[in-house]
Design a protein around this ligand. Structure first.
Ligand SMILES: *Cc1c(COP(=O)(O)O)cnc(C)c1O
Length: 394
């Protein structure tokens, strides 16, 4: 850090306190319900359709499909469930391997474990914080071969069935390059776009580069349904299968209960979808306001020696969580200590998946950049400020 690290932290606390006034304690990310949320919830209760059948679920799916440009969207109870089913639909089965990031939220690896798969961790890029196409290609060239129409890990003898990159904090990774490599190697691409609703690469929404992708509407995400998720895809058959699997695999019939495989009770309830429909009406303005918050941080950190994480040229971030990269682990810890003790919530990035007890045996490529980032990245408060609420209602 140029100059005095503590003076930067002190000025930042003042800046954030001003930005989020009159809130006294500033959280990392809180939801905003300034639209038709209450009205749609009441409508939902009045209609008696509160559970997994109802018009709001279908409307929410249509809104997400339209917004992302995906052909189809299937709503689920949460993002983890969405990813579990998406992996199964991508052909991931027991004892298959799935290449992913060590720098991600644990839900990514939990979901692929539910699908019976074993994670393999490949490094991320320092600029995007997302899966590195260079590291992916290097890993495959060193450890994999193509045969019998699939891709096999020579070291473990297992099939590499899928690759699950994740757009960290809504910053798009080099997804087009990753898609080309997955294609060359016969690996299914499933994007974990849980954090990147509203993030684009050129005019393509994140989550539209692979066979399937998943979103999350948990309470801390850009928009929320309380809890919720979505599978998006351009493939009509996969979308149909997704709907079937997430609704207990019930065979359509006017009154009989017949199920033709083991399905899941993963459908998003209508109550949650009602919230989602109202939140989607606010999303474009929320993204504009969040870009304004990012601009404030960009200006603040310019010339301080602290680097503010930016999307690549041609890419658009949703600015879900703003992130900075500090000079060292010691600087990071001092920064976290100072800001959190003054009611400005800041957080380090997740502990790497490769260091968690349940995944520490998993194969990885050394993860040099992931480890470098793990010690330095910090998230900053990124909610829509109360002072901007009038713009949401306008
Ligand atoms: C939020 C999130 C998920 C899904 O989380 P749910 O809480 O199950 O909706 C998955 N992956 C990542 C990277 C996430 O941030």
């Amino acid at each position: 850090m140029k100059g005095d690290g503590e003076s930067i932290a002190r000025e930042l606390v003042d800046m954030v306190a001003g930005l989020y006034a009159p809130e006294r304690k500033v959280p990392l990310h809180r939801p905003v319900f300034e639209g038709n949320e209450k009205q749609y919830l009441v409508d939902c209760i009045d209609s008696n359709f509160v559970s997994s059948v109802g018009a709001k679920v279908v409307e929410f799916e249509q809104r997400i499909a339209e917004f992302t440009g995906a052909g189809y969207a299937v709503a689920t109870v949460n993002g983890t469930a969405a990813l579990h089913v998406a992996l199964q639909l991508a052909g991931v089965g027991r004892d298959d391997e799935v290449i992913s990031q060590a720098l991600t939220f644990v839900a990514t690896c939990n979901a692929l474990s539910y699908a019976g798969a074993i994670p393999v961790f490949v490094d991320v890029d320092r600029d995007t914080l997302g899966l590195s196409p260079v590291a992916l290609r290097a890993f495959l060239e060193a450890h994999a071969e193509r045969r019998d129409g699939g891709c096999w890990n020579i070291t473990s003898g297992r099939r590499i069935a899928a690759c699950v990159p994740m757009h960290t904090f809504g910053i798009p990774l080099r997804i087009a390059e990753v898609a080309v490599i997955c294609d060359e190697w016969g690996i299914a691409l499933v994007e974990d776009a849980a954090e990147s609703l509203g993030s684009w690469v050129g005019d393509r929404h994140t989550g539209t580069f692979g066979r399937l992708a998943t979103l999350s509407f948990n309470g801390n995400k850009v928009i929320t349904t309380g809890g919720g998720g979505m599978i998006i895809t351009d493939d009509a058959d996969l979308a149909k299968r997704a709907k079937h699997l997430t609704t207990t695999a019930k065979v359509p019939h006017p009154f009989e209960f017949v199920h033709d495989e083991i399905g899941y009770n993963y459908r998003l309830p209508n109550l949650n979808a009602a919230l989602g429909c109202a939140q989607m009406e606010l999303l474009p303005q929320m993204l504009e306001i969040k870009a304004g918050v990012a601009q404030r941080y960009r200006d603040f950190f310019a010339g301080t020696g602290v680097s503010f994480v930016e999307p690549l040229p041609g890419a658009t971030a949703n600015w879900w969580l703003n992130a900075i990269v500090l000079g060292s682990e010691e600087e990071r810890d001092a920064f976290l200590q100072y800001t959190n003790s003054r009611e400005v919530m800041t957080r380090p990035v997740w502990r790497l998946m490769s260091r968690l007890p349940m995944f520490q045996q998993c194969q990885h490529d050394g993860l040099e950049t992931s480890r470098w980032l793990e010690a330095r990245v910090v998230n900053l408060p990124s909610s829509v400020p109360e002072s901007e609420f009038p713009r949401l209602r306008a």
